[in-house]
Design a protein around this ligand. Structure first.
Ligand code: FO1
Length: 310
């Protein structure tokens, strides 16, 4: 058994890319050694339902229930409910599948009964046989608002309805000032050997978690979500450009530089390694693409081995 297999890890994750590495870590570490803290800034109320896209993307991915094409929503999905909502003249821009709607119905019902989001997430993980601990970053409402050239937009309005077309000028995490980390988050951080920032969007997936957690006094290793100047999925690179920053693995390392111990970048970005080391950050250059399901555990192993070497 490799020494790093006993590392206690807290992973910060947002959408699809983050969920893939979270699954790789879950396939590699004993479940009691892994806590996944998930962004809830993407959450919103829609059709009277309380929807937590990043929690659901992480849980569906860990449970093997995620749609492999999109990364979000369920595999083998049907769309009868949302297509009948549309026939009735309701909003259908946010694609809610029939199986997925059960999650939103039950979450909304339990929230209305006064159950905290972290407790509901625990119950869902038990139902989906997910062994590692999955925690929302907070039980309080936090809403990522995107300031754009078309004014301020709620996250899903920007991301899905407007397909990320508006040019971003900044972000605001409404409610984050008064949000406390969810029960278990502080304890997991205190007993962790290291924190892994999964390859999620630094601006709208990792930053909200950092704003809630506030201070970090641990080894932090981030995996770049940008490869060759582009994001594998999602608008992170476009956001960097619109904010006047050349999108690159180096830009991501600079984004986190005040708290970063180690940085994992793709072979395609080896030319940035020296500049990242100059930030007093240790580097691991490897294949960070997770195209095949087996890539997730491979990358997780590389990251854990890297942490073991720090
Ligand atoms: N993303 C889309 O681009 N289009 C959709 O219609 C859509 C529906 C959807 C339904 C449930 C869910 O959990 C996620 C969904 N997502 C959709 C992804 C969602 O916008 C997330 O915020 C992204 O994954 C970014 O984190």
């Amino acid at each position: 058994m490799s020494p790093y297999i006993n590392l206690k890890i807290v992973a910060f994750a947002g959408g699809v890319g983050g969920a893939k590495l979270a699954q790789g870590l879950a396939q590699t570490l004993p479940p009691e050694n892994l806590t996944i803290v998930v962004n809830t800034g993407d959450d919103f109320e829609h059709l009277g339902l309380y929807i937590c896209p990043d929690l659901d993307t992480v849980c569906y991915t860990l449970a093997g229930l995620a749609n492999p094409e999109t990364g979000w929503g369920r595999v083998g999905e049907t769309w009868n409910t949302i297509s009948n909502v549309e026939k009735l003249g309701g909003p259908a821009w946010f694609r809610l599948g029939d199986q997925d709607i059960a999650t939103h119905l039950e979450r909304t019902r339990r929230l209305k009964d006064g159950k905290p989001l972290s407790q509901i997430t625990k119950e869902f993980c038990e139902a989906w046989d997910i062994k590692p601990s999955v925690l929302p970053m907070t039980d309080s409402p936090v809403r990522t608002m995107v300031d754009s050239d078309e004014g301020e937009l709620a996250f899903q309005e920007y991301f899905v309805h407007r397909r990320c077309e508006p040019r971003v000028k900044g972000f605001r995490f409404d409610g984050v000032e008064v949000a406390e980390p969810a029960p278990g988050v502080r304890e997991a951080l205190a007993s962790a050997d290291a924190i892994v920032f999964c390859p999620s969007n630094p601006w709208v997936s990792i930053d909200p978690i950092l704003k809630v957690v506030r201070e970090i006094k641990k080894t932090v290793v981030a995996v770049s979500p940008i490869i060759g100047g582009k994001t594998v999925k999602g608008p992170a690179a476009k956001m960097y450009s619109e904010l006047g920053i050349e999108p690159s693995a180096l830009a991501v390392a600079r984004h986190y530089r005040t708290i970063l111990t180690g940085f994992v970048l793709d072979n395609a970005d080896v030319n940035f390694e020296k500049q990242i080391k100059d930030l007093d950050v240790k580097t691991l250059v490897t294949d960070t693409l997770m195209n095949q399901p087996t890539d997730r555990a491979r990358l997780a192993n590389d990251v854990l081995h890297f942490i073991g070497s720090l």
